[in-house]
Design a protein. Structure first.
Length: 260
C-alpha cells in the first residue's frame, strides 16, 4: 500500500467515528456562546508561542478575529498536523484554523471553508547545496512535518529521497538549525523561521513543488456553520483584515485574485 492509499484508508476509518451529535455545531456554539477552534502552535509563523509562552501567529490572530466578529468566547485548542482531522471528527473542535491545505483525501471526510490564505511546498537547502531538479535529492535526507501536505507532496514527488519526518514544524525547525537534516521539504514560512536562527548559512528555495490554498476545516454536514464562516472570510478578505494578518507574519500580500 502506498502512502497516499494509507492516508486515505486512515481518514476513511476516522470518518466512521463521527456521530450525528456533531451534525450542527452552530447550534452548540450559540448555546454555549463559545467556539472551540484548533490551532497548531508548532507551525510558525501560523501558530507558535511568544516569549511569555502565549499563543501567537497568523492563525492565532485569525481565530481570535473570527471568534470576536461572531461574538463568541474563543476556546483555543492546540493540535499538530497529524491530529487536525481527528479533532474535528471527535468533536474536540468546531473549527480548525491551522494552515489547513485543501486536499482530495481530506475532503472525503471533512469540509473546508473557502480559502483564506496560500502556502507553497518547497525544497530548500543552503546556497552551496546544488539542487536544480528532483533527481538531485535522490538518496539525500529531506526533513518534513509528518502528516502535512508538505509530507504528502514530497513523498509523491521526491521518490528516492530519504524523508525524515518530524511531529511538528517546531521540531523540524530545530532539526534544520542544528544540522540533523541538510535539506528541508516544507514551506517558505518554515524556511524563514530557520533562517532567523542561522543567518550566516541561510536556506534558499531550490524547487517549488506546489502552491496550495488553505482554508478552515469544518465537519461534514455542518452547512450552517460553513455558511457563516464563508461569509466572514469574504468580508474580511474584502476589508483587508485577513490580508493584514497574513502580511504581518509572512511578509507578503495574499494573491490579488483572492482579495477580490
Amino acid at each position: 500500500m502506498n502512502p497516499r492509499q494509507l492516508v486515505a484508508g486512515i481518514l476513511f476509518i476516522l470518518a466512521g467515528t463521527v456521530t450525528p451529535a456533531y451534525a450542527d455545531s452552530l447550534d452548540e456554539i450559540k448555546a454555549s456562546k463559545t467556539v472551540r477552534i484548533a490551532v497548531d502552535l508548532g507551525s510558525p509563523p501560523f501558530g507558535m508561542t511568544d516569549s511569555a509562552m502565549q499563543p501567537t501567529g497568523s492563525d492565532v490572530e485569525t481565530a481570535k478575529l473570527l471568534a470576536a466578529d461572531l461574538g463568541y468566547t474563543l476556546d483555543l485548542q492546540q493540535v499538530t498536523s497529524p491530529n487536525r482531522v481527528p479533532f474535528l471528527l471527535t468533536g474536540k473542535a468546531h473549527l480548525v484554523v491551522a494552515s489547513f491545505s485543501i486536499t482530495e483525501e481530506r475532503k472525503q471526510v471533512i469540509d473546508f471553508s473557502d480559502p483564506y490564505g496560500v502556502i507553497q511546498v518547497v525544497i530548500a537547502a543552503p546556497k552551496n547545496v546544488a539542487i536544480s531538479s528532483l533527481k538531485d535529492v535522490v538518496g539525500k535526507r529531506l526533513g518534513t512535518t509528518r502528516g502535512s501536505t508538505n509530507d504528502k507532496e514530497t513523498t509523491t514527488q521526491a521518490q528516492g529521497a530519504e524523508i525524515v519526518r518530524y511531529d511538528d514544524d517546531a521540531t523540524l525547525i530545530t532539526a534544520l538549525i542544528s544540522g540533523q537534516v541538510p535539506i528541508m521539504a516544507s514551506s517558505p514560512q518554515v524556511m524563514a523561521a530557520v533562517n532567523a536562527r542561522r543567518p550566516d548559512d541561510p536556506f534558499v528555495v531550490k524547487l517549488v513543488l506546489k502552491t496550495n490554498p488553505y482554508a478552515i476545516g469544518i465537519r461534514k454536514d455542518d452547512e450552517a456553520l460553513r455558511k457563516v464562516v464563508n461569509e466572514w472570510i469574504h468580508t474580511n478578505l474584502r476589508n483587508g483584515k485577513l490580508n493584514a494578518i497574513y502580511k504581518k507574519y509572512n511578509g507578503v500580500d495574499l494573491p490579488e485574485d483572492m482579495l477580490k
